[in-house]
Design a binder for this molecule. Sequence first.
Ligand SMILES: Cc1cc(CN)n(C)n1
Length: 328
Amino acid sequence: ESGSVVTTPEVLDQAWLTPVQIGTPGQTLNLDFDSGSSDLWVFSSSTPASQSRGHSVFSPGKSSTAKESPGYTWSITYGDGSSSSGTVYTDVVDVGGLSFPSQAVETANRVSPEFTQETNLDGLLGLGFSTINAVKPTAQNTFFDNIKSDLNQPLWTVDLKHQEPGTYNFGNINSSLHTGEIHYAIVNTRRGFWTFTATSYSVGGAIGGSITGIADTGTTLALLPTAVAKAYYSKVPDALYDNSQGGYVFPCAASLPDFTFTVGGGEITIPGNYINYAPLTPGSKTCFGGIQGNTGIGEVIFGDVALKSAFVVFENSGDTARIGWAKK
Ligand SMILES: Cc1cc(CN)n(C)n1
């Protein structure tokens, strides 16, 4: 079988949110599909009202198929410092018509202010490897790992679009979603992420070396090695590193060069206008870059700024994981 679901960008393409049905009858929550983590967690009836105001919540008490997982707990902190924690149920989860009857649904007893403030986001659906699932005492499977054996092909694809709805597909490659060939690189799953190597990059004709990083649908920007970010902004007139902002800024009127990287023998280009990410504050004439250095993060992250420039295939055949990139 295969399934398809529309995903919708928030303001400024900060994240894309995808409707998921949980429980019986189905309760629809809009989740952030995140290939950089491996927990399906939701705002719930156990989340204090002061933290869940404005969000849809999952109420296991209203689901005839919800089962508590006694003694199971979870707690997670993301790269941006946001966090949440709680307890665990199993229930039926349906994504794009694909249903798994006993998915671990991690219900939040608390969430950090970043999540409370992001009122369109009702939780996350992890698409990383289940080895880094945060449930104690026993790690739980991601939705993809649970349904993988039922899929026509052991893969999911993502087509994020700048300020337009896009799609997540499970189990098949919809060839109408990409124009060029799909170029594959081997994924190293050792740290639980979709880690791959781009063999080279170029900025305004200047060629650079290889970049190894993770494909992370849950991170907004492209957080690249500091030398790469420096090389990029050396081509942007009046760009500077602003310590108070924690990143490279430049005049919003600047025309930014494209950033091209080669993966699996094919070239992907992040258009300069995607790298002119946003004004520091609404109406400011100074803008913050969509490419930044990864100082202090511990990973190089090909986030949404890179992913929305391509059609991307995440395939895990069991003994080999691959990532495919295509123009669209
Ligand atoms: C909530 C969330 C998810 C991610 C990426 N994995 N970040 C940085 N923040």
